[in-house]
Design a protein around this ligand. Structure first.
Ligand SMILES: [Fe+2]
Ligand SMILES: [Fe+2]
Length: 273
């Protein structure tokens, strides 16, 4: 059951004069990553082959993720009428391929897989909240709010199943921390960089990971406010099993925010060079 539908959004309220051109490339990149949701569902169905309840839940989850892609793609075509969502997605699929034919999680355990999924949903729920807060364009604001609410529900879904598996697999705090932080740092790998490339650069431009991740991150990080990072760290703490709103988490949130600003400056230097 989807919680909302693309047709319900008030697309006629789109106001081109309120579009921030810095946001468009991020929304284009996000649209194709979201649209790839069915592939992740195939991967998860293989990892959780003997868990029909969870497999059923991931089928609904993937439908929601694909809808996120379609809604963002539709918005991006309003913001940039020369851009083609379907063509960009085809290019993305050609370039970025997930290893789907697995019989175990690449995270080493099913608990580990669910921790990694929690990190992805932490990232997406904070990203769309930051986008909704940043944009003055009413349709994008409304779409991002809906998506952020879905992403938080997805976090809850994976978090609840993670706890179920944790009782069986008994992954220690160090292992949980390692998997969680490992997945967070993977945001600088090929998935987003390829998405940026295939949705924003011409097919005559060769892919360069360093350039694309710098272009993506230097824009994206600029939209995060301390309150968004505070939420990110409390969700990471909750997933690992630490107190999500304690003093340590508050210190971590400030540290992560500073770290992100330093990363942004580094990416901006890459762009300038
Ligand atoms: Fe999503
Ligand atoms: Fe999600």
């Amino acid at each position: 059951m989807k919680h909302w539908r693309i047709e319900q959004m008030d697309w006629d309220a789109f106001d081109a004069s309120k579009v921030d051109p810095e946001i468009i490339p991020l929304i284009k990149a996000a649209s194709v990553v979201e649209r790839n949701g069915y592939d992740y569902a195939v991967y998860l169905a293989n990892v959780f082959a003997r868990d029909p309840d969870f497999r059923g839940a991931t089928e609904n989850w993937a439908v929601e993720e694909v809808q996120h892609g379609d809604a963002l793609g539709k918005w991006a075509m309003l913001a940039d009428p020369g851009w083609d969502y379907e063509a960009a997605f085809a290019r993305y699929r050609e370039q970025f391929k997930l290893e789907l034919d697995v019989d175990a999680s690449i995270r080493g355990s099913r608990t580990g897989e669910l921790i990694a999924r929690c990190m992805v949903e932490t990232g997406t729920s904070s990203f769309y909240t930051a986008m909704a807060d940043a944009t003055e364009e009413p349709v994008l604001k409304a779409v991002c709010k809906q998506i952020a609410a879905d992403e938080y529900r997805h976090f809850k879904l994976f978090y609840d199943h993670m706890h179920r598996y944790l009782k069986r697999e008994r992954l220690g705090v160090i292992a949980r921390t390692r998997i969680a932080l490992g997945r967070v740092t993977e945001s600088e790998d090929d998935e987003l960089a390829s998405a940026y490339h295939t949705t924003n650069e011409g097919s005559d431009v060769p892919y360069d990971h360093g350039r694309c991740i710098a272009a993506y991150m230097s824009k994206a990080i600029g939209f995060y406010q301390p309150k968004h990072i505070n939420r990110v760290t409390s969700m990471i703490f909750k997933t690992i099993g630490f107190t999500p709103h304690g003093r340590v988490q508050g210190i971590a949130a400030k540290g992560v925010y500073r770290l992100m600003q330093a990363r942004r400056r580094k990416f901006m230097r890459v762009m300038a060079a």
